[in-house]
Design a protein around this ligand. Structure first.
Ligand SMILES: *[C@@H]1O[C@H](CO)[C@@H](O)[C@H](O)[C@H]1NC(C)=O
Ligand SMILES: *[C@@H]1O[C@H](CO)[C@@H](O)[C@H](O)[C@H]1NC(C)=O
Length: 322
């Protein structure tokens, strides 16, 4: 009797194990073959198709020196203050010895009269820095998915010789030293890491900023996706995500959208954790600055330009130890 009960547990454990294995294998094979999937309707794809938009400013040779890391920063056209803060902090050239890191801003256009002024200012700013890519889609919150897909297409077209890309918002503290140490070289493929959200679900309340109707997104959950504040991926994924977008209906949440593309590709986002303590390295909330805490993190969110500049100048003090 006792033996029977014992073996029952073993059997239950074994079956659970098999189920987990099958689910994992299922996930792996489910969508590996993208050709077998259904293309979205042409009018839906048009919104995120690279052929819909044109470049007003481009940096086609930005990647000619095979960068180890490309920092791609989506930012509003009028936000030169944030751009300048990034240029003076983690976006500076030559911060990390023996690593080629480039930094570029990605912007869309404004509506009506504002746009002419904004365009002239951006062209002028770009003469000074040569780091702005401007495309003619409307730069709005609901068009962030368009912006992200244009970034993927830009990388796939002009930057295949890079190793890694980080998509990072401008109002973020980035510990570029830790990041470069954390990334494996030579570069991996099918690799994407950041702060993984595993339990996301669409909001069905029409008042919500993130409302999604069942027509647009029928499933009741989101696949695992990376918080949009900052995530890092191997360059091969740019072209793959661009390709996957032909099969995934656009939704106005860019981070979830990238997650849906990854699911289509059968690529799992990896949680960015420290090696031994498994500490979360992509902090998607604000922390008060503390040099020794920040020295062991990759990003901390919510740094307006002035605070970023102040924090960085302390962080850079070489004499300080932790
Ligand atoms: C950078 O590369 C040079 C030449 O390969 C080497 O001598 C030097 O130690 C490297 N510096 C660092 C900080 O890795
Ligand atoms: C997104 O950009 C396109 C192209 O500029 C524009 O027609 C559309 O109105 C924008 N959508 C939103 C929600 O801003």
């Amino acid at each position: 009797m006792r033996l029977y009960r014992f073996s029952k547990y073993i059997l239950a454990g074994f079956i659970t194990f098999l189920v987990i294995i099958f689910l994992k294998i299922g996930y792996y094979f489910e969508s590996k073959n993208i050709e077998g999937q259904t293309l979205i309707a042409a009018d839906l794809y048009k919104v995120i198709s690279p052929s819909t938009y044109t470049f007003i400013l481009n940096q086609p040779s930005a990647c000619e020196h095979n960068p180890d890391l490309v920092l791609l920063v989506p930012v509003a056209p009028g936000d030169s203050e944030s751009r300048n803060a990034v240029r003076k902090t983690w976006g500076q050239r030559d911060l990390v010895p023996n690593k080629t890191i480039i930094q570029l801003f990605f912007v869309g256009v404004l509506e009506g009269e504002d746009n002419d002024k904004s365009k002239d200012a951006l062209i002028q700013e770009n003469l000074n820095y040569g780091d702005i890519i401007l495309m003619d889609f409307l730069d709005s919150y609901h068009n962030l998915t368009v912006k992200t897909m244009m970034m993927m297409n830009w990388l796939a077209t002009y930057c295949q010789s890079a190793s890694y890309v980080m998509k990072i918002d401008a109002d973020i503290f980035l510990n570029i030293y830790y990041l470069v140490n954390f990334l494996p070289f030579p570069a991996k493929t099918n690799f994407i890491t950041g702060s993984v959200i595993n339990d996301g679900a669409p909001r069905r309340n029409e008042q919500s900023k993130w409302y999604l109707s069942e027509d647009v997104y029928p499933d009741s959950t989101f696949p695992p996706y990376l918080s949009g504040a900052g995530y890092v991926f191997s360059i091969d994924l740019a072209a793959k995500i661009s390709l996957a977008s032909r099969y995934v209906r656009p939704i106005p949440m860019e981070d979830v959208y990238v997650g849906l593309c990854l699911k289509t590709l059968g690529v799992r986002p990896v949680y960015g954790r420290s090696m031994f303590w498994l500490r979360n390295l992509f902090e998607v909330r604000h922390l008060n600055y503390d040099r020794c805490t920040f020295a062991k993190l990759i990003i901390v969110t919510d740094f307006p330009p002035a605070e970023l500049l102040r924090t960085w100048s302390d962080f850079q003090k070489e004499s300080a130890v932790c």
